[in-house]
Design a protein around this ligand. Structure first.
Ligand SMILES: Nc1ncnc2c1ncn2[C@@H]1O[C@H](COP(=O)(O)OP(=O)(O)OP(=O)(O)O)[C@@H](O)[C@H]1O
Length: 332
């Protein structure tokens, strides 16, 4: 019997997407990140269905952020019980997220994200897993792109969520929320509902609960696929640009800031876009933060005269000396 016999349409598509995007291979040890919510429960159920066909091992990982009192503990108990019933190892950690967000001066959501990915990495290394799968779907991708857009967009942020980043894989990124809900119903898979997801005071919830449904109602069937395409094209463009700039810099040492300067003549031969990308790489190579105001000042400097300088941040400036833009640190 073929290992795909008995799979339903969605399970077959899940398997196809994993194979197409090479997310999981034979012998991979996959940690499924399960919050207990609908998306990650669907992810877990789909993985169980295709496990034999993929030839991988599965385990569950859960973080109890302790942000919703007894509800958080009930989520944890639910996930532990599901893993037990499925016969899977289950790794769980409890966090005092509020206290650590204050100490780290991060928002609670950001802190939960940092703690979550830190814990996943720890389990990967300690227990010898090779991948972590999360339950992000098409709607999450559109939500992330709009969230970035409303906060102040940059081209790379239009890429949204990647289907693979290091050990992290997102096999549901090619599926819609409606399909996921339908699948859960069909399989009789239970899940937990996080009441704070309905609170529209949070920007992400507002985008998910109000903005996307409104736009979808008006441009039905076009909006989410279009965002998905934009996201994929942005990802491809980014990969292309990485390679392009790697070659450009390798072929022209005057455009690498390793020696503390960039060549004015080489920079002037580039388009404004290329100049900014070269500056971006120089700044991060020198451990300096990159923002669009700084990039604007640097390209502006090229239109001035030798001897001029611009301040990048406190104590760090760029001086046009001879035929070079020299990065100078004035802090002792
Ligand atoms: N408490 C948790 N324990 C384990 N995995 C979780 C937990 N919360 C979220 N995840 C994983 O992350 C996925 C996305 O969750 P959610 O949309 O809440 O996170 P996000 O903050 O929008 O995204 P990100 O994971 O990038 O931080 C879930 O489908 C699940 O796989």
């Amino acid at each position: 019997m073929k290992k795909t016999d008995g799979l339903n349409t969605l399970e077959k598509r899940f398997l196809e997407q994993i194979t197409l995007h090479r997310l999981v291979g034979q012998g991979d040890r996959v940690l499924v990140a399960v919050s207990g919510g609908a998306d990650s429960m669907a992810l877990l159920t789909l993985f169980i269905a295709v496990q034999a066909a993929l030839g991988c091992t599965l385990a569950v990982v859960h973080c109890n952020f302790g942000l919703r009192g007894a509800e958080s503990d009930a989520d944890e108990a639910f996930v532990r019980e599901c893993a037990r019933l499925m016969g899977l190892p289950c790794f769980v950690r409890q966090f005092d997220t509020l206290a650590s967000s204050v100490a780290a001066r991060r928002s609670v959501e950001e802190e939960a994200r940092v703690l979550r990915y830190g814990y996943f990495q720890e389990i990967i290394e300690r227990e010898g897993y090779t991948k972590v799968a999360t339950g992000h779907h098409v709607g999450d991708n559109a939500e992330t792109m709009l969230f970035n857009l409303f906060r102040g967009v940059t081209l790379p942020s239009l890429r949204g969520i990647r289907s693979r980043r290091g050990h992290i894989i997102r096999p549901l990124l090619f599926m819609h929320r409606a399909e996921i809900e339908e699948y859960l119903k069909q399989q009789g898979t239970g899940y937990r509902t996080d009441a704070t997801n309905a609170d529209d005071r949070y920007d992400r919830n507002f985008i998910r609960n109000r903005v996307i449904p409104l736009v979808e109602e008006r441009f039905h069937g076009r909006f989410l696929p279009s965002m998905q395409r934009l996201s994929e094209q942005s990802g491809e463009l980014e990969a292309f640009l990485e390679l392009y700039f790697e070659r450009l810099l390798a072929g022209n040492p005057e455009l690498s800031a390793g020696q503390g300067w960039l060549g004015v003549d080489a920079l002037r031969q580039l388009t404004a876009f290329e100049q900014k990308e070269v500056f971006k790489r120089a700044l991060s190579q020198l451990g300096l933060s990159v923002d669009s105001a700084v990039l604007g000042r640097l390209t502006g400097l090229l239109g001035l005269q030798p001897g001029r300088r611009v301040e990048l941040s406190r104590g760090i400036e760029v001086l046009w000396k001879d035929r070079r833009l020299c990065f100078i640190c004035r802090l002792s």
